[in-house]
Design a protein around this ligand. Structure first.
Ligand SMILES: [Zn+2]
Length: 170
């Protein structure tokens, strides 16, 4: 997918996730959309830096790179939400284009993709992007609701768990 597709994907996703994370529909939702849009768009732009540094669709399109972005909010308490942009970039490359990505680089250069993709110049590219975004939104909603808060704020989660434990007398 080209830069346009990745930015479109990230923008739509950020707006949708603003409502997932802060469903009050008021100023708080607008604030959340503003808070997460720039990090997610930056994350979505990052993997294609490997067109200039390293090898495209390999060096910065791998699970270890995603792991680094997941670690930042947990270890350092910064770069929240950037991992979401990186992850959706990978998904859009895998699902929405013909060529795959080297998920296990540098261990293996094998590229993983789905035959479902359209070429980046296809007239269906935007439609594919919107459909992929809708599926991603549903998946992130489930993740955020049932598994883990999307900002990966471990300190808040720990606090909530200890308050809950105190509440039931543990
Ligand atoms: Zn890419």
């Amino acid at each position: 997918m080209n830069k346009r597709g990745h930015v479109l994907n990230a923008l739509l996703l950020a707006i949708g996730l603003g409502f997932v994370i802060e469903p009050s529909l008021g100023a708080a939702t607008a604030r959340t959309v503003a808070e997460i849009t720039v990090p997610i768009v930056l994350g979505a732009l990052f993997p294609d830096v490997d067109t200039a540094f390293g090898r495209h669709r390999k060096t910065l399109h791998s699970l270890p790179v995603l792991g680094i972005f997941l670690a930042y909010p947990i270890v350092f308490g910064n770069l929240q939400y950037v991992w979401i942009g990186v992850l959706t970039h990978y998904l859009l490359d895998v699902v929405g284009s013909r060529r795959g990505i080297a998920l296990f680089h540098p261990l293996s250069d094998r590229e993983f993709g789905l035959p479902s993709g359209v070429t980046t110049s296809s007239k269906y590219a935007d439609l594919v992007t919107v459909v992929v975004t809708a599926v991603e939104l549903a998946a992130f909603w489930a993740l955020h609701t049932y598994v883990v808060t999307l900002d990966l704020d471990v300190s808040a989660a720990t606090r909530a768990a200890s308050e809950a434990a105190a509440g039931i007398g543990i």
